[in-house]
Design a protein around this ligand. Sequence first.
Ligand code: UT7
Length: 334
Amino acid sequence: MATELASTIGSPHARILSVGTYRPDRVVTNAEVCEWIDSTDEWIRERSGITERRHASDQDTVVSMATASGLKAIAAAGISPSDIGMILLATVSHPYPTPSAAVEVGELIGARGAPAMDISAACAGFCYGVAIASDMVRGGSATYVLVIGVEKLTDIVDKHDRGTAFLFADGAGAVVIGPSETPGIAPVVWGGDGSQIDAINMTSSSVAFRDNPELGYPTVVMAGQQVFRWAVTEMAKASTDALDRAGITADQLDAFIPHQANNRITDALVRAINLPDTVPVARDIITSGNTSAASIPLAMERMLENGEAPPGGTALLIGFGAGLVYAAQVVTLP
Ligand code: UT7
């Protein structure tokens, strides 16, 4: 007979306790972007919904922005940094393959000793983090998990690329996930489609660039229409599945907070899930651009801050992007 091992049992349920964000100071208008690419303010507004975005300064790094947002989330949760039992940091723009940004953030926020790791799931990274954190809290491997979505995309976007320069931007958002008496994070619906790896990828690898500098520094390239088509079809299904897995219908939502990829994608998802007009929809992209892993917590904080979404309300989150990968879940707002 196998030797019996000890096991852990965590909280019956998990929930998002708080949110904190960091928005870089520098506002970049469409007019400024049009100095770098052949475009117009009208085209950018019409095709994406964006009127302005935030660009990080030279002093803002993935680690500094993540730290600022994480400290705010921890303070808002009413816990101490030393209570954090895991740091999950979702990003694709940390410039060091190792060590992780997460472990450095742990040191800077005063959570030395906490396990920490980065998640590479592009614009789905934050929702991946929420799903993993929820399972950790319920499984007993951490009581409080800090989940951060952070990007300095301006470091990996070619400002002269017409297909990406107007879209992508910088920022950070963090949540603390902890124990709850009632369900606060419904089952995740997630997946990946590696056959579409070319839809959003890099111009080359850093190794190829080292060996052939004429390739140019690696930057993001996107087959915009391919991603758009996938998002409006497959992400509509994932949104509906996430509602089903939560056991609710769209009219029971208090907010819809999709990844801020493009306002037209959001419009299509709203139609596809038959979201009633009365349910507020995140539109943070208008002034923040597409900040990949940071976009959902940034949009969540904005909706709570300006009173569009009620604290303790029910929200559908869905993140999707390079991979292609996605994750969706219904949550109780902090
Ligand atoms: O966050 C990760 C996931 N990413 C996304 O979800 C992004 C998904 N894709 C999109 O949001 C859209 O594809 C974009 C906003 C990136 C582009 O919009 P689109 O409507 O798909 O544009 P398009 O690439 O089909 O181009 C339409 C037209 C073309 O001109 P013609 O051939 O119709 O004459 C392009 O040459 O717009 C032209 N165009 C531009 N015009 C002005 C392409 N880029 C630009 C530009 N400014 N920046």
